[in-house]
Design a protein around this ligand. Structure first.
Ligand code: XBP
Ligand code: MG
Length: 258
């Protein structure tokens, strides 16, 4: 089966961006003199809430505040998040964050095979633009036929809405696309949308329940950064996930599906 589109999650999948997000949140908190600082351990837990604005609101909900103070903090969330997004874009534009290994290669292989690329993410269009420009250059954003993101849907991951929107804009049925995710929320969203899903966990998401994934790899791998124990472990054709093997596996699984 020739797959018509690969749909990528952004944060944690295309690139390991959550440390930059965490820094940007803390810079925004400093800017508004809130005295809040999210540690790595705390942020790991807060990541269970998809969406930066929702994440800040979830944090406020567990603070010991008077009703008046809580209301004031919640009213500040949109401004706080706008400041955070500005800080995130500045850090990403410095070029210190690169794509995870294998991503650029797989994007090239897919497009060479005539397969479209798409994005389905909780983060904002500004953040996506900053990351794609910084990692793929001026032509980066245009390589993606569809970018479904952030507030375009009301229900964020783990709801399937963002993947359903991406499929709708691609004009494709779920069985003609493959999803790439890094987190349990993202996997649940893609599976609920009916997509064959590859999961590449990272520091922030390792240990999650990825049992519903069709393929779990530590990363996509590259000739220069082959996966240990491959081929012969989960992969047959190379020590990195090639578009050819991906299509063969997804197609074979689909044919076996009831
Ligand atoms: C991960 C998220 C986002 C980012 C922060 O998105 O949940 O909320 O953590 O970005 P993805 P915003 O679906 O790409 O994994 O502050 O813009 O939400
Ligand atoms: Mg993610």
């Amino acid at each position: 089966m020739a797959y018509a589109a690969l749909i990528f999650d952004v944060d944690g999948t295309l690139a390991d961006t959550e440390e930059v997000h965490r820094s940007a949140f803390n810079l925004a908190f400093e800017h508004f003199h809130l005295g809040w600082q999210w540690s790595r351990g705390e942020y790991r837990g807060l990541l269970n809430t998809a969406g930066g604005k929702e994440r800040i609101a979830a944090y406020i909900a567990q603070l010991d505040l008077s009703p008046v103070e809580r209301k004031r903090c919640l009213e500040l969330v949109p401004l706080l998040h706008a400041q955070k997004t500005q800080c995130y874009g500045s850090i990403i534009s410095e070029g210190m964050v690169s794509l995870r290994d294998g991503v650029a290669r797989l994007l090239d292989e897919a497009q060479a095979a005539g397969c479209r690329l798409a994005i389905a993410t909780t983060t904002s269009a500004e953040n996506i633009d900053a990351l794609l420009l910084s990692t793929l250059g001026q032509g980066g954003p245009a390589r993606f036929s569809v970018i479904a993101c952030g507030d375009q849907v009301r229900a964020k991951k783990p709801a399937p809405d963002i993947y359903q929107l991406a499929l709708q804009q691609l004009k494709l049925p779920a069985h003609q696309a493959i999803a790439f995710e890094d987190s349990e929320n993202g996997l649940r969203s893609a599976v609920a949308a009916g997509l064959w899903t590859v999961v590449t966990p990272n520091f922030w998401t390792e240990g999650g329940d990825f049992g519903a994934a069709d393929l779990v790899l530590p990363r996509l791998g590259d000739p220069a950064e082959p996966l240990a124990g491959e081929p012969g472990g989960k992969l047959q054709m190379a020590a990195w996930l090639t578009f050819r093997e991906l299509s063969a596996r997804a197609g074979a699984t689909r044919q076996m599906a009831p």
